[in-house]
Write a protein that binds this ligand. Structure first.
Ligand SMILES: NC(=O)c1ccc[n+]([C@@H]2O[C@H](COP(=O)([O-])OP(=O)(O)OC[C@H]3O[C@@H](n4cnc5c(N)ncnc54)[C@H](OP(=O)(O)O)[C@@H]3O)[C@@H](O)[C@H]2O)c1
Length: 334
């Protein structure tokens, strides 16, 4: 099959494109003809070896987690049969989205939203699951909560704004000057231009959903109202997140030692700190597909690349300036 793959850990020079052997079906999996694959900003960091201790690659490694496609063969019990259209978040330990075919565990497959294209469906799994799990498994987002969404114009933010509005939250989101009108289009109540304004001036917030982190973490925690919940996505994973990747508790606590200061700061304010990592979940994807088909959530795909253009896609996503999502059309070579 044609694929884009990595030959080693490193920079973009380790990204190749060409023929690889077809994946082999095993019990409890399905062979998926991939139509489109979504790109996520964590992948250049994974390519560079940043996650090799917890999520080791085996080369040649096809990366990528988000797919939309058609079931071609099924082994073992599954709710789907050959010909069904599905979308999925592939397992953290078994990526392989940038190829014509992949073998995926049957219990990770969800029915693709019917009213959108494969390109649009492939843009959703990671950002949608990340947000669903952050809102409902961590922050316990409720109607009327005041939420601050950092990086509102990015892949996660565009989904998060729409989901938070749907569940009745009051939404403040940040972006640069060029994305202010886009934030409004997405439905925010308050758009904050972080190049000119301080988000603290629009608080306090019941929930902060932070897709930027770094020097913003402490500032975000300090804007929480008593009882508030902070959920950070970038390099602030907590022990619960590492345990969800299969690390034993003692190792998970060790891996999360760096965020103890944030947990203490949040606790001192009567608030909570959360640092989750995305987990595949087909039931949640099925719920999300219903919201998409009901027109409540609209995917925002900024740019489509060919299957052989993973290098270009990684260059684009690494700028940190993407509006919405980047997707590879796996049926196209450019
Ligand atoms: N923990 C997890 O499991 C998990 C899951 C998903 C994502 N993540 C991480 O979460 C982060 C966000 O993901 P994403 O997919 O949304 O990334 P993305 O699409 O690459 O985000 C790009 C957006 O970030 C905005 N941005 C950059 N700096 C900003 C700042 N200082 N303040 C506000 N907005 C800023 C940009 O808007 P402007 O151009 O207007 O600045 C741009 O629209 C990434 O680092 C990703 O790796 C983690």
């Amino acid at each position: 099959m044609r694929a884009s793959y990595l030959t080693a850990y490193g920079g973009n020079e380790v990204v190749s494109s060409g023929e690889l052997p077809d994946p082999v079906l095993s019990e409890g999996t399905s062979l998926i003809e991939i139509k489109a694959a979504g790109v996520n900003p964590v992948e250049p960091a994974m390519r560079a070896g940043g996650f090799q201790r917890v999520l080791p690659y085996s080369f040649p490694q096809v990366p990528g987690f988000d797919i939309s496609g058609v079931v071609r063969e099924v082994s073992g019990p599954s709710q789907f049969k050959a010909g069904d259209e599905v979308y999925a978040r592939m397992a953290n330990r078994a990526p392989g989205a940038y190829a014509e075919r992949a073998v995926v565990a049957n219990d990770l497959l969800a029915k693709k939203p019917t009213k959108i294209s494969h390109i649009e469906a492939a843009s959703l799994p990671t950002v949608a699951l990340t947000t669903w799990q952050a809102f409902f498994e961590r922050a316990n987002l409720k109607k009327g909560d005041r939420i601050l969404i950092q990086a509102g114009a990015g892949g996660v933010g565009t989904f998060a704004i729409q989901l938070a509005k749907h569940f009745g939250a009051h939404v403040t989101a940040t972006a640069g000057t060029a994305n202010q009108a886009f934030l409004k289009e997405l439905g925010v109540d308050v758009a904050v231009d972080y190049t000119k304004q301080r988000f603290e001036d629009f608080g306090p917030f019941d929930v902060v959903y932070d897709g930027v982190c770094g020097e913003l973490v402490e500032r975000c925690i300090n804007t929480l109202a008593p009882g508030g919940r902070y959920v950070g996505l970038v390099m602030v994973s907590d022990a619960r997140a590492f345990m969800s990747l299969g690390l034993p508790e003692a190792m998970a606590k060790g891996a999360a030692a760096g965020i103890a200061k944030y947990e203490a700061l949040a606790a001192s304010r009567g608030a909570e700190f959360h640092g989750p990592l995305t987990r595949p979940d087909a039931n949640q994807l099925a719920e999300i597909a219903k919201l998409v088909d009901d027109g409540i959530i609209k995917p925002h795909v900024r740019q489509v690349f060919g299957l052989n253009q993973l290098k270009e896609a990684y260059e684009a996503v690494a700028t940190g300036r993407t509006r919405g999502k980047l997707v590879l059309d796996t049926s196209k070579l450019v």
